[in-house]
Design a protein. Structure first.
Length: 194
């Protein structure tokens, strides 16, 4: 079933989609690593180093700001993934691109690329950028009990936040929105298969 889901996801991401409203921001890209384990698809996340200047200690996907030497945003995602967790471009089967996500506080315009990675894989964590890497099954992320809607105080303002909480981890912000975008697509695919 995971292979069927991945092939359906590849087809869905290849379909033309309406372009989202143009948003400006600092060009960035992430890889949304997906792999099969124990009969379920898993997403691989990282926890950003506490010493980073932006989004320190937050759960994220591997990626970052586009460098002048990057030939494309996909090249950015693959370069950053290699730097942060040791996956090379040859380790990644790029399935497709999700719609860009804008970060409100740091003004990044993040383009997410979904890529199948091998499992198991020995990651090489760069401790300057990443504290750890972990995965969650799509089944857990799709469980309504994992999703919380709360109001947080950020920089003195009350902000409504939707997050995924599981096993002591909190996924929120742009990473939550990217995850939700992928999960919405997975649900639509599965509904179409019924």
């Amino acid at each position: 079933m995971p292979d069927d889901d991945l092939q359906a996801l590849r087809r869905a991401l290849a379909l033309p989609r309406p372009h989202p409203t143009a948003t400006s921001g600092i060009a960035a890209a992430v890889l949304v690593p997906i792999f099969e384990r124990d009969g379920d698809l898993h997403l691989l996340y990282t926890t950003r180093s506490a010493g980073l200047p932006t989004h320190a200690g937050q759960v994220s996907f591997p990626g970052g700001r586009r460098a002048a030497t990057d030939t494309s945003l996909l090249a950015t995602a693959l370069r950053e993934t290699h730097e942060e967790i040791g996956l090379t471009a040859g380790d990644v089967d790029v399935i497709g691109r999700l719609d860009p996500i804008h970060t409100f506080s740091s003004n990044f315009l993040i383009t997410p690329f979904v890529g199948r990675i091998p499992y198991p894989h020995a990651l090489r964590i760069d401790a300057r950028e990443v504290d750890d890497a972990f995965s969650l099954p799509l089944g857990v992320l799709l469980d309504p009990a994992t999703t919380v809607a709360e109001t947080w105080t950020i920089e003195g303002r009350a902000i409504p936040v939707t997050a995924y909480r599981h096993d002591g981890r909190t996924i929120w912000g742009a990473t939550q929105r990217i995850t939700a975008s992928l999960l919405d697509l997975v649900l639509a695919i599965r509904a179409g298969q019924d």
